[in-house]
Design a binder for this molecule. Structure first.
Ligand code: THG
Length: 283
């Protein structure tokens, strides 16, 4: 099953049988004070530097999140989306919990974007899915609902099924719905990783759809987060995660290595090309 995201000049194919697609996570002010200040001031230089560095490091899609408290996201999100989409040409992943900001961004984004995200809550399904349908976008479906993130795989699979059903009712094909099983930190609950891995396996088996993961939560609060993130990404891609919201400057290597080990990289061409093109710095 596959969906082809489109940017101003480039495309990205998210394919359950293909190589994992990296969605660059760094245009996000969480933990980045300078970026938060730049977004507040309307200064796009740092955003554009981050965008270029991530694409150079292997991002095929760029996630854009402008979640700064007090910031007018209905005005700022479409502006950042426009600037990044035009400068980089890659498809955009619009990351916002605010349906008004999402609607504004969908009006200006070129091509076929990825909407991040809908979840199993009634209010989310009702506000987000019609926007996705009208724009012909693809959407990430988070396996959480009005009761929060379920602690077991079976309940998360149920939420995934509900999202897929509601999308289908509106005429959004399953190929355009990418399920995100979510991961909590293994620092608080050592079973958090296996619940997510089991959800990936079961969602893929039951529904055959693509799976997204933002892996860095898994290591929160623990030392040497990078090692845990790398191990988790390899396991998750091995189970069927094929769309990864992550920092390609740090994690593209493990993702390309995993694709190679899974027999999806003939002559190791992509793995080798990744190292040849490696940028020296990450912004
Ligand atoms: N699923 C979906 N969308 C998501 C997530 C997910 N969007 C947001 C998040 N999770 C993924 N994006 C980020 C962005 C930044 C960081 C983690 C996940 C991060 N930032 C560093 C910090 O906070 O310490 C700071 C950045 C730096 O300077 O290095 O970790 O799960 N669908």
């Amino acid at each position: 099953m596959q969906t082809v995201l489109k940017g101003a000049t480039r495309e990205a194919t998210i394919d359950t049988e293909g190589q994992a697609v990296i969605v660059g996570e760094r245009i996000n002010p969480t933990g980045r004070k300078k970026l938060a200040a730049a977004l507040q001031a309307g200064d796009m230089a740092l955003v554009l530097e981050s965008a270029a560095a991530q694409v150079a490091a292997g991002a095929e899609v760029l996630d854009i999140n402008v979640g700064v408290p007090g910031l007018d996201d209905v005005a700022v999100l479409p502006r950042v989306v426009t600037v990044v989409a035009e400068a980089m040409g890659v498809p955009i992943c619009i990351d916002t919990p605010n349906p008004a900001a999402l609607a504004a961004a969908l009006k200006v984004v070129p091509g076929k974007p990825l909407v991040n995200s809908v979840n199993g809550e009634e209010a989310s399904l009702r506000s987000v899915l019609p926007l996705v349908k009208d724009r012909g976008a693809a959407v990430i479906g988070l396996t959480m609902d009005d009761n929060g993130i379920p602690m077991d795989a079976e309940s998360r699979v149920k939420v995934a099924g509900k999202i897929l059903e509601r999308a289908a009712k509106l005429g959004i094909p399953a190929a355009d719905v990418i399920i995100d099983p979510l991961v909590l930190t293994v620092g608080a609950d050592s079973r958090a990783g296996v619940v997510t891995l089991a959800t990936i396996e079961r969602v893929r088996k039951e529904f055959g759809v693509s799976l997204n993961l933002g892996a860095s939560n898994v290591s929160f609060g623990l030392p040497d987060r990078h090692t845990i993130n790398q191990a988790f990404l390899a396991l998750a891609v091995g189970r069927g995660a094929n769309c990864l919201i992550t920092d390609p400057g740090k994690l593209a290597g493990i993702i390309r290595a995993t694709d190679l080990l899974l027999g999806r990289d003939e002559y190791a061409a992509r793995y080798i090309a990744y190292f040849r093109a490696l940028p020296k710095v990450t912004v």
